[in-house]
Design a protein around this ligand. Structure first.
Ligand code: M6R
Length: 613
């Protein structure tokens, strides 16, 4: 995915756009570009790599004081390498029309061939440039940017959000949305266009969320929104009540560490929203669980990456507590397999961003198959919501670091409450047991703080593994998902190869990997049916000279001779342990990556959400 911004007004255009792009950097960081318009002409600036390369170029240029509008882009490459030529904005052959794009134009190849035959010259290998020449071609026929864009978008297939400027139509920027997010910001000193809220925090007062197949003509003091047939749409603006501080590092070295530290408070917030009183039923705002599960025989959960791991935890919890069968499928697999989804299925789509293309497509398919759709997301205004019958928001605040941390524990928390609520509705647990679980949940934030206060310990342990090339994470039962999540965290930010295994599976193959260079992290939650088995698996690993880190509870009596490190956590019952046990995984991954000098918040090749299938 990429990030786009646009601004027209009396403010400092280049600074506003660069700041907007800075706050969208989580969307991609392969290259960046700006197009600025002063009274005379459009100037385009581009740089490969991180945004600061572009910022340096702009800071060394004299930007005309007459500049009153501009558009900007930050790229996560799909079509074409991250070179200057492929960086946005793309410009028409007469250098009057510029455009930035987020999405993928699926029929670009055939359009390109046609446009080339008509004499348009392409300078990049992107799909985006096709849109520039197509709009330019229509402009040359009708001499009206809005009309040209409307004619062109009807010929495009795929997902696109555009900002477009034309030198001969100085008072406007055109914004277009079709299956890629785009918002409009309204401010005192002009109007804004952006892929996401962080780009306009601190400068816009209100926001309007564009819908698919909408076009906006954005002027300094005016906004007109129409559908692709040119019919005017009246849309409500919403106040933008987000503090700039919420997207700052607040003194932390990285967003990831800041977001890790926010987790106890987020869990407190979720508890106070969804379970303010032990003796009342758990509630989820406008989502009426009782009605949602009426007639439901099966639950399926669809998600990707970290959200998929939260789904796996949920499967264990729901099956154990509420005795409803749950199937968990990676969204990218769901789309292409035979799914026995029907009107007796509750399909739950879990996505922090609500923008992940695979998850959205899978959820749409589930809806078409007749399922009821529940969405669990951190962004209740995102794309996924339009296919949902009900939403449960995560209330985790904007997550900037590419590695998901606070959204994961928020997901697991919401899903724990959901599982308990289902169990109560279905009468599958006793009142006493429900109360015990709820009391334990209430105590969780304090226990999380205790775990997170041990950062010196995590840093010390991390420093022993900086030369490590491979890592194994093992667990059994509900924390197998925690092991998968721990391994994902480590590999995505440190580039150390890490795999999660069911501990009992180790002896069926992976044990061949073990030697003194293959550390094993074992999750050992005492008083569970699998504890002694995981302990035996640790013995087997120790016999093959693997250095072992145990993550266990304070009261666990472990044989000290087989473990290189033991991380001890407050006691918690197994079914609610995944939130607490996720924290040391996050901290270890964070410190290993940061001691290795990795770009923790923006790991290579990644973007915060993946809007292509
Ligand atoms: O926004 P989503 O939850 O749909 O994102 C899913 C994955 O792309 C995401 O969790 C990814 O795996 C993160 N980089 C994990 O830290």
């Amino acid at each position: 995915m990429c990030g786009i911004v646009g601004y027209i007004g009396t403010g400092a255009v280049a600074d506003i756009l660069l700041n907007g792009l800075k706050n969208l950097e989580y969307r991609g960081y392969d290259s960046a570009g700006l197009a600025l318009n002063d009274n005379d002409k459009i100037s385009v600036y581009k740089a490969e790599g991180k945004l600061f390369n572009l910022t340096n170029i702009i800071n060394n240029k004299e930007i005309s004081k007459e500049t009153y509008k501009g558009i900007g882009h930050i790229r996560w490459a799909t079509h074409g390498k991250p070179t200057i030529n492929n960086a946005h904005p793309h410009i028409s052959n007469d250098e009057k029309l510029v455009l930035v794009h987020n999405g993928i134009i699926e029929n670009y190849q055939e359009l390109k061939e046609k446009l080339e035959k008509e004499g348009f010259i392409f300078h990049s290998s992107t799909d985006t440039e096709t849109a520039v020449h197509l709009i330019d071609k229509e402009y040359k026929i009708c001499n009206n940017l809005e009309q040209a864009v409307l004619k062109a978008v009807k010929q495009l297939k795929g997902a696109f959000a555009f900002c477009i400027m034309h030198q001969d139509e100085p008072n406007k920027i055109i914004a277009v949305r079709n299956h890629a997010p785009l918002i409009l910001g309204l401010g005192d000193n002009g109007n804004f266009i952006a892929s996401d809220i962080p780009a306009i925090i601190g400068v816009a007062k209100d926001v309007i969320y564009l819908d698919d197949k909408e076009i906006a003509v954005v002027e300094d003091k005016n906004l007109t929104i129409k559908d692709f047939d040119g019919i005017i749409k009246i849309k409500q603006k919403e106040p933008l009540n987000i503090e700039e501080e919420s997207i700052s590092k607040r003194g932390y070295e990285h967003f990831m560490l800041k977001e890790i530290s926010e987790q106890p408070d987020i869990i407190r917030k979720l508890l106070s929203i969804n379970m303010p009183d032990f003796n009342q039923p758990i509630t989820f705002g406008s989502c009426d669980i009782y009605n949602l599960i009426k007639g439901i025989e099966k639950i399926e959960i669809i998600a990707c990456g970290t959200s998929l791991h939260a789904s796996k935890v949920a499967k264990s919890m729901i099956e154990r507590l509420a005795r409803i069968p749950v199937e968990v499928t990676p969204a990218s697999e769901y789309i292409y397999k035979t799914n026995l989804t029907n009107e007796k299925t509750l399909s739950i789509g879990i996505s922090q961003s609500g923008e992940t293309a695979d998850t959205i497509t899978a959820v749409r398919q589930a809806k078409e198959a007749g399922a009821k759709i529940l969405t669990i997301t951190n962004r209740p205004n995102s794309n996924i919501v339009r296919y949902s019958d009900a939403i449960i928001p995560l209330h985790a605040g904007i997550e900037v670091s590419v590695a998901a941390t606070k959204s994961y524990t928020a997901q697991v928390m919401v899903l724990s409450l959901f599982a308990i609520s289902l169990a109560e509705i279905k009468d599958k647990i006793t009142k006493d047991y429900a109360l015990k679980l709820k009391e334990e949940l209430k105590s969780l934030p304090t226990k999380m703080e205790e775990v997170l206060n041990n950062n010196t310990e995590y840093k010390n342990i991390a420093s022993s593994y900086l030369d490590t090339k491979n890592f194994i994470y093992m667990a059994r039962g509900i924390n197998l998902a925690t092991a998968y999540e721990g391994a994902l965290k480590l590999k995505e930010i440190s580039y150390i190869n890490a795999s999660g295994y069911a501990a009992g599976e180790l002896k069926h193959g992976p044990i061949a990997l073990l030697d003194e260079n293959m550390p094993v992290l074992a999750i050992l939650v005492p008083n569970t049916s699998t504890y002694s088995k995981v302990l035996s698996n640790c013995e087997e690993a120790h016999a093959r000279h693997a250095p072992i880190i145990a993550v266990t509870s304070k009261d666990a009596e472990l044989p000290t001779n087989i473990f290189k490190h033991i991380i001890r956590l407050p006691e918690i019952s197994e079914v609610l342990s995944p939130i607490l046990y996720a924290l040391p995984m996050q901290m270890l991954a964070y410190y290993i990556a940061s001691l290795l000098g990795r770009e923790v918040d923006q790991p290579r090749n990644l973007a915060k959400s993946v809007t292509v299938e």
